[in-house]
Design a protein around this ligand. Structure first.
Ligand SMILES: NC(=O)c1ccc[n+]([C@@H]2O[C@H](COP(=O)([O-])OP(=O)(O)OC[C@H]3O[C@@H](n4cnc5c(N)ncnc54)[C@H](OP(=O)(O)O)[C@@H]3O)[C@@H](O)[C@H]2O)c1
Length: 230
């Protein structure tokens, strides 16, 4: 398959962690567009993957997403992996600006980037994949902000799936348990617990779930997929 004939996948948060693993996985079959906010980090992944290009944007800057996205080609796959864990505190102590920052990246930026790329996704009968979390189903003390953002992301994905059915765009919500990434290290530090890599999913396992959603034959759709450490 030549680069020109390859389907195109944009993965946000592809400089590290789960997004990086999804980019490697999809690069086997797709031209991958690497999303990230650091030009140097994005270029390093692009250079490693070969048939790849850059999408450098700080997703916390909602007003700049349209400008940046104007240069994108039509997409076959849009994977939203960029995300923030936010504060690990009781609601009584959460600063509303911290809450807004998490909702901006985890929900509003997902909305804005999807809205802008939707005409191309419709034209190519594409797929939108949101990397959600077990926290999109359950909420615990100290995790109100992250869980609320992931509940919101699940509701948003459910609505998009139904709205886009008639336009041929498929929508999958993927819900991993704990995954061995920088975010998990950050969370374990905030929880005051040990980070034991072997206890967690590998980013590559989550990337396989994305592969499954992308490769499900037309006529079927993986609406929601939960993947947990074994
Ligand atoms: N790790 C887990 O246990 C786990 C479990 C379930 C779900 N998830 C979800 O999986 C997704 C990926 O998590 P991860 O563990 O791979 O996280 P990670 O290791 O912290 O990586 C986060 C990625 O998001 C990017 N990002 C953050 N803020 C951004 C912004 N303002 N603009 C553009 N990019 C931004 C980061 O880019 P920089 O390199 O520029 O910071 C990085 O590429 C998240 O949505 C997370 O909620 C994670």
């Amino acid at each position: 398959m030549t680069a020109a004939s390859r389907p195109v996948a944009l993965i946000t948060g592809a400089t590290r962690g789960i997004g990086r693993a999804i980019a490697s996985e999809l690069a086997r079959t797709h031209h991958v567009i690497i999303g990230g906010r650091s030009r140097a980090a994005v270029d390093a992944v692009v250079a490693e993957l070969g048939d790849a290009s850059a999408f450098v944007a700080d997703l916390a800057e909602l007003s700049s997403i349209a400008d940046r996205a104007a240069m994108l080609p039509e997409l076959d796959v849009l994977v939203h992996s960029a995300g923030l864990i936010g504060p690990h505190e009781p609601i009584a102590e959460v600063n509303v600006d911290d809450l807004l920052q998490v909702f901006t990246v985890n929900v509003a930026a997902v909305h804005e980037l999807t809205r802008i790329t939707l005409p191309g996704l419709r034209a190519r009968s594409g797929s939108v994949i949101t990397i959600n979390s077990g926290s999109g189903f359950t909420s615990h003390p100290n995790s109100s902000v992250y869980s609320a953002s992931k509940f919101a992301l699940r509701a948003w994905s459910d609505a998009l799936r139904d709205e886009e059915r008639a336009h041929g765009v498929r929508v999958t919500s993927i819900h991993p348990g704990r995954v061995a990434t920088d975010m998990q290290q950050e969370l374990r530090a905030m929880e005051g617990g040990e980070y034991r890599e072997d206890d967690y999913l590998t980013p590559a396992a989550v990337a396989q779930a994305v592969r499954l959603a992308v490769e499900t034959p037309r006529g079927g759709n993986i609406d929601e997929l939960q993947i947990r450490p074994q």
